[in-house]
Design a binder for this molecule. Structure first.
Ligand SMILES: *Cc1c(COP(=O)(O)O)cnc(C)c1O
Length: 389
């Protein structure tokens, strides 16, 4: 044991912060969860059917994906060993980038350690100073905001999917001679709705603004598996980012763009330059998963079909993605509802502020290709009775 002096002021700070969060039902705790097959989990000695994983195609447990990861460990080892610019650029990464670029119809791609690292690396590399303005949809993902905070220029928020508002902000930026970088989720992670990218792309083109779309919840799930590019084949999206960690069942992030943009990112994005390369197993798993997404249209169609079965059973508007939110308002109510569903054998994680705006605590249901229709019907019946209570 070391004999370090205690730091009572630091511990008191942490305790006071935690107590305050606890009093607002906003304290978060980890719960060890064993995901046994991409669908079922074991938690606290209970076996639960998960509607809380982003593993939309259950590929994290696909035999071919697991075998590819294992083979990569044998060939290349467990870790990349260094930043890719030093010695961490193992051959699988280039293969993965070629495949991602082709999949997205882009010239080139850059793979990062995660989706979060992609956004916090790319955004400040492209929006650097007072001549830049970053425009963000108010419901964009936390790591897009984190990237914007690292950017040099001003950040302005447009109302969720509000094209009139975005157009006005673009006009403002033009009038003050500033370049705009426009940032939005494709499928919104907590709401499951979709950005009107045809309109956004047209606005950006008219104002020479740069559009970056986060396809974390789109790839493999919407647009015949092609994500935003599949849904909006005619929209020009010069900066297509996403993650390897959701429908692809692996880990890592990527940006697809033109060759000069990717060359710039690889030489300047700090989360690329100063962070270790993606482990070989993750790259190999993502490569195999992409191959499955490309060849199996029946598989990629299923998550949205399952989500629709659920929304129809609730008499709610048709799901447009694999994500369906059911709002409860206060955090306490969402926590209570999640507890009741757990008693019925379902794992549905409540989502609270600051992940979602104050007063919109919710259950976020994520549907996957492997969910049984009969389980979805039983879940919907439980949710209906919760809402009636
Ligand atoms: C999950 C998510 C990310 C982060 O990706 P990771 O690979 O998990 O770091 C980025 N953007 C959106 C919209 C996400 O939902």
């Amino acid at each position: 044991m070391s004999e370090r002096p205690p730091t009572p002021s630091l511990d008191a700070f942490a305790r006071a912060k935690l107590a305050e969060l606890e009093s607002r039902s906003l304290k978060r705790t980890l719960q060890e969860t064993w995901r046994t097959d991409g669908l079922w989990v074991e938690r606290g000695g209970k076996r639960l059917l998960s509607f809380s994983c982003n593993d939309y195609l259950n590929l994290s447990h696909h035999p071919e994906v697991k075998a590819a990861a294992q083979a990569a460990v044998e060939t290349y080892g467990a870790g990349a060993g260094a930043s890719r610019l030093v010695t961490g650029d193992h051959p699988l990464l280039e293969e993965l980038e070629r495949k991602l670029a082709a999949f997205k119809g882009a010239e080139a791609a850059c793979v990062f350690g995660s989706g979060y690292l992609t956004n916090v690396g790319v955004i400040p590399t492209l929006a650097r100073g007072p001549d830049d303005v970053v425009l963000i949809d108010e419901l964009a993902h936390a790591c897009i905001w984190a990237g914007a905070q690292l950017a040099g220029g001003e950040t302005r928020i447009f109302g969720h999917n509000d094209m009139g508002h975005l157009a006005a902000l673009l006009r403002d930026a033009g009038a003050s001679g500033r370049r705009a970088l426009v940032l939005t989720d494709g499928v919104f992670s907590m709401d499951g709705d979709i950005a009107p990218l045809d309109e956004i792309a047209a606005l950006c083109a008219a104002h020479d603004a740069w559009l970056m779309v986060d396809d974390a919840h789109g790839l493999g799930v919407v647009g015949d598996g092609g994500g935003m590019r599949g849904l909006f084949p005619r929209a020009h999206i010069p900066l297509q980012m996403g993650t390897l960690s959701k429908a692809l069942g692996s880990y890592g992030g990527y940006l697809c763009a033109s060759q000069p943009v990717i060359d710039l990112i690889k030489t300047r994005a700090r989360s690329f330059v100063y962070s270790t390369g993606l482990p070989p197993a993750s790259a190999a798993a993502a490569l195999k998963a992409l191959e499955i997404v490309e060849r199996d249209a029946e598989l990629t169609a299923r998550p949205v079909q399952k989500a629709r079965r659920f929304t129809r059973a609730l008499n709610a508007p048709d799901a447009t993605s694999a994500i369906v939110p059911v709002l409860f308002g206060q955090a306490q109510a969402a926590l209570g509802a999640a507890g009741k569903l757990e008693d019925e054998g379902f794992l549905v994680v409540p989502i609270r502020p600051p992940t979602v705006p104050e007063g919109t605590a919710r259950l976020r249901f994520a549907f996957t290709a492997g969910h049984d229709d009969s389980d979805i019907d039983r879940l919907a019946a439980c949710v209906r009775s919760l809402m009636a209570a």
